[in-house]
Design a protein around this ligand. Structure first.
Ligand code: BDR
Ligand code: CA
Length: 308
């Protein structure tokens, strides 16, 4: 039986690959895609999400959500994702988005689910998911797991202290961490292990495949290498959250108490991850720590090759 999921995203180069990995994985039953601003403005991320799904022949509804976080505004990240959010790789226009708003659509999906049935995957600022759960907390009982690509136990990639998604809406991330459902965190330390190199792109390209695989490889090849990781490649963040659900044996995890820093100082968005039980706080998340990177890229290539 495939696992019912919804994905909240802000495409975004790595969001695109994550959506295609989910669509190519029969273990997952993608029921809804919700979109927020983040890597680019909402109009761009929404158009990208529709184009990504349409290229894969998917008719899963794509619903627009937050164009700003709970406080302040989104900043965008043109350095990594370019102004179009997809590193300048053009995709054919997708189907029009579904009517409605993300938080409403998420609540509707949860109301229609059984107890602990639906898995929520967040690969964007946590705004849409937090709005849905904060406005009807009883729906947490329908959630099987929340999987988030967010945070870091060390240095950030947006500010010295904070990872991009966590920095974009720390208050929303706090809501999810306190929702009382199992949360798995895929942090920067995990995604640093999913390093995209020219050799790995060539191996994926060599599988042939269709338009999705070719576009994925073009996006991977165009995304700039990470200075933070020594320039050898770039980390493929968001697909790791999908891979955790498809092939958990590729990962190791550790329970930890995770707290998000708010406020307006330089630590805003920092995730304090107590991996070693140094505080008296009970663990509220499983933190993914290690990844079998070769297994991950083999899985990614194999699943991309199944798509049109
Ligand atoms: C996260 O921020 C975005 O730029 C990526 O899409 C990913 O979700 C990595 O910090
Ligand atoms: Ca993202």
């Amino acid at each position: 039986m495939s696992r019912p999921i919804l994905i909240d995203c802000d495409p975004g180069t790595d969001d695109a690959i994550a959506l295609w990995l989910a669509l190519g994985s029969p273990e997952l039953d993608l029921q809804l895609v919700t979109v927020s601003g983040g890597n680019a403005g909402l109009d761009r991320t929404l158009a990208n999400a529709s184009a990504i799904l349409s290229l894969a022949g998917s008719e899963v509804p794509v619903v627009p959500g937050a164009d700003r976080p709970l406080m302040g505004r989104f900043t965008g990240d043109v350095r990594v994702h370019a102004a179009d959010g997809l590193a300048g790789v053009p995709l054919p226009r997708g189907r029009p988005p579904a009517p409605g708003l993300a938080a409403d659509a998420i609540r509707t999906a949860l109301r229609g689910a059984g107890p602990e049935e639906l898995t929520l995957i967040g690969i964007a600022p946590a705004t849409n998911l937090a709005l849905a759960l904060a406005t009807e907390p009883a729906l947490a009982s329908r959630v099987r797991e929340i999987v988030l690509m967010t945070g870091a136990w060390g240095e950030g990639n947006w500010t010295p202290a904070a990872e991009f998604n966590a920095a974009s809406d720390p208050e929303a991330l706090s809501v999810l961490l306190m929702a009382g459902v199992p949360v798995t965190l895929v942090t920067l330390e995990l995604t640093a292990q999913a390093l995209v190199t020219p050799e790995r792109i060539s191996a994926i390209r060599a599988r042939g495949g269709g338009a999705c695989l070719r576009a994925a490889c073009d996006i991977l090849a165009t995304t700039p290498p990470s200075r933070r990781l020594g320039g050898a490649g770039h980390p493929l963040h968001d697909p790791c959250a999908i891979a955790w659900l498809v092939a958990p044996a590729l990962f190791s995890t550790r329970p930890a108490a995770v707290l998000v820093e708010g406020g307006s100082g330089p630590g805003r968005g920092r995730t304090h991850v107590d991996r070693w039980g140094r505080t008296s706080a009970d663990p509220n998340a499983a933190v993914a720590e290690t990844l079998d990177a070769d297994g991950f890229f083999a899985l990614l290539g194999e699943r991309l090759a199944r798509l049109p």
